[in-house]
Design a protein around this ligand. Structure first.
Ligand SMILES: [Zn+2]
Length: 61
């Protein structure tokens, strides 16, 4: 099953709700997978406002 992206924090999940913030506002329309391992060292993570390691969508529509 294709993962869905949380509209709030862009976390990717196969669950019915976001594992990070519990949001059920998920979207299957996303693009650009980004894997963040060390948010404090990643410029992309800083740009996107990501503070926790994980897998995120770059763009959620
Ligand atoms: Zn979320």
């Amino acid at each position: 099953m294709r993962e869905q992206a949380c509209r709030k924090c862009k976390t990717l999940t196969t669950e019915k709700a976001c594992p990070r913030d519990g949001s059920t506002e998920l979207s299957g329309e996303w693009s650009g997978l980004i894997v963040v391992i060390s948010p404090e060292k990643s410029q992309v993570a800083k740009t996107l406002g990501i503070t926790q390691p994980g897998r995120y969508a770059l763009k959620v529509s």
